[in-house]
Design a protein around this ligand. Structure first.
Ligand SMILES: Nc1ncnc2c1ncn2[C@@H]1O[C@H](COP(=O)(O)OP(=O)(O)OP(=O)(O)O)[C@@H](O)[C@H]1O
Ligand SMILES: [Mg+2]
Length: 273
C-alpha cells in the first residue's frame, strides 16, 4: 500500500473516532413533584470534522443538550467527553453560538471590539493586536467596512455575521450552534448557510447545529439526529449523503434532498401530534 493511502486511512480513522461524546445523558429541572424530565437518555457521538444537525420538536431539550455538550450545563445523569476528557466546565476549543445575536453582542463596543473580545484576554495579547487579528475575520464574513460601527447600527443579518466572526476568531475546534439563523430573514439565512459551509470547509472545525428547520439541517449536515418529544431520546440518526460543495439552488433540488426532507418532516410531524 502507498504511503498516501495509509495517510488517508489514518485521517479517516481520526475522523471516525469518538471525538465529542454524550453518553446516557438525562436532565431534569426542579425538585420532587415539580420536576420536569427534559432529556430522557441521549447517546450521541460527534465525529471530528463532521457537520452534525440536531432537530426535534419545540421544547424537547435541544438547547439543553447543546449546553450540556458545551459544559455550560450539567447533566443529571450521564457523561460528556471531549477529546477523551470529561467535560465538567466549558472546555477550551469548544465555542457556542447563541441564537439571540442581539443579546450576545456588547452594544457599547464597536463591531471590531466585539470580535476582538474573543481573543483579547489571552496572555500576551493587547486590544490593538486582537483588533488587527480580528479584522481578517470581519473580511471573511463580508463586514470589513463595518468595523468601527456599533452593533445597533447594523441589520440583523449583519449582527449575526459579527457573532460568527467572533466565534471563528476564537479558532474553535468545535462550533456548537443553537438555531443561529432562525431570527434572520429567509434570504439572509440562505446567505449565512453558504457562508458557514464555506468557513467550515476552509477552517476544518467540527460543527453541531441545532435547528427547527429541516431544510437547513439537511442542506448543511453530514448527519441529522432526530430527537423525540420530551423527555427526549434519539429517535433516529440519518446520513444525508448529499454531495459537497453544496449549492443553495442545485442541492435543494436533488431527489435525495427532497426524499430526506419528506422523511424528516414526517418524523417531526408524527412526533408533534
Ligand atoms: N433552566 C431551566 N429551568 C427549568 N426548566 C427548563 C430550564 N431550561 C429548560 N427547561 C425546560 O426543559 C425543556 C427543554 O427545554 P429546551 O430549551 O432545551 O428545549 P428546546 O428543544 O431547545 O426548545 P425550543 O425548540 O423551543 O428552542 C422545556 O420543557 C423547558 O421548559
Ligand atoms: Mg432551544
Amino acid at each position: 500500500m502507498q504511503i498516501d493511502s495509509l495517510e488517508v486511512l489514518a485521517v479517516k480513522a481520526t475522523m471516525e473516532a469518538p471525538y465529542l461524546q454524550l453518553q446516557g445523558i438525562r436532565k431534569s429541572f426542579g425538585e420532587g413533584d415539580n420536576s420536569t424530565l427534559a432529556i430522557g437518555g441521549v447517546d450521541l457521538e460527534v465525529h471530528q470534522g463532521e457537520f452534525l444537525g440536531i432537530i426535534g420538536p419545540s421544547g424537547c431539550g435541544k438547547s439543553t443538550l447543546l449546553q450540556i455538550a458545551a459544559g455550560l450545563a450539567t447533566p443529571t445523569e450521564g457523561r460528556v467527553t471531549f477529546e477523551g476528557r470529561d467535560v465538567t466546565e466549558p472546555p477550551a476549543g469548544i465555542v457556542y453560538l447563541f441564537q439571540q445575536y442581539g443579546k450576545s453582542l456588547f452594544p457599547w463596543r464597536t463591531v471590531i471590539d466585539n470580535v476582538a473580545f474573543a481573543i483579547e484576554h489571552r496572555p500576551g495579547m493587547t486590544r490593538q493586536k486582537a483588533r488587527e487579528e480580528c479584522q481578517w475575520y470581519l473580511e471573511v464574513v463580508g463586514l470589513a467596512d463595518a468595523a468601527r460601527k456599533y452593533p445597533w447600527q447594523l441589520s440583523g443579518g449583519m449582527q449575526q455575521r459579527v457573532t460568527i466572526a467572533r466565534a471563528l476568531a476564537a479558532k474553535p475546534r468545535v462550533l456548537l450552534m443553537d438555531e443561529p439563523f432562525s431570527s434572520v430573514d429567509a434570504l439572509t439565512r440562505l446567505e449565512l448557510h453558504a457562508l458557514i459551509l464555506d468557513l467550515w470547509q476552509k477552517q476544518r472545525f467540527t460543527a453541531v447545529l441545532v435547528t427547527h428547520d429541516v431544510d437547513e439541517a439537511v442542506f448543511l449536515a453530514d448527519r441529522v439526529a432526530v430527537l423525540s418529544r420530551r423527555p427526549s431520546t434519539i429517535a433516529e440518526v440519518v446520513e444525508t449523503e448529499l454531495p459537497r460543495p453544496r449549492d443553495n439552488l442545485a442541492t435543494r433540488e436533488l431527489p435525495r434532498f427532497i426524499e430526506l426532507r419528506h422523511h424528516l418532516l414526517e418524523q417531526l410531524l408524527r412526533r408533534d401530534a
